[in-house]
Design a protein around this ligand. Structure first.
Ligand code: 5GP
Ligand code: ZN
Length: 136
């Protein structure tokens, strides 16, 4: 199975590495939303967020925080987005989990195209119940 992020982690493919520890590596996205857009990636090949073992999560969040702080200090943008696409329908194109961190600027004209819905009277509780019942 070939995976571009596994190749970057193993050193087989080049990347502009920003941060690395025993569980996580972070590098510049080759096609940035803005220059300085960074990916934070677990070293293990986990397909999506739910695939990541619990004991990797703290390292992932820790690295994300360090990198976000460095973007803010180093590039001084007006803000930043942290997001992750999970599944084809959500826009995932590399199936090795990653967190995106991108600088943002006032009036940068980048907008998620949202079509916000309204719950009908009892629908909100119904949706909440369906999700709640899966939480132990
Ligand atoms: P996704 O669409 O899965 O949320 O994000 C995948 C990201 O990986 C994209 O933003 C894409 O630009 C980036 N990417 C894909 N291939 C490479 C690569 O070879 N090197 C780097 N640095 N980034 C890549
Ligand atoms: Zn991989």
């Amino acid at each position: 199975m070939s995976c571009i992020f596994c190749d970057i982690i193993s050193g087989k493919s080049p990347a502009e590495i920003i941060y690395e520890d025993d569980k996580v590596v972070s590098f510049l996205d080759v096609k940035p939303i803005h220059f300085g857009h960074i990916l934070v990636v677990p070293k293990g090949h986990y397909v999506d967020f739910l695939d990541i073992p619990e004991d990797n999560l703290l390292s992932l969040i820790h690295a994300t925080r360090i990198v976000a702080g460095a973007i803010m200090k180093g590039l001084k943008p007006d803000g930043y987005n942290i997001f992750s696409n999970n599944g084809v329908a959500a826009g995932q194109s590399v199936f090795h989990f990653h967190m995106h961190i991108t600088p943002r600027y006032f009036n940068d004209e980048i907008k998620f195209m949202l079509n916000l819905k309204n719950y009908k009277e009892t629908e909100m509780k119904k949706f909440a119940d369906r999700i709640r019942q899966e939480i132990q």
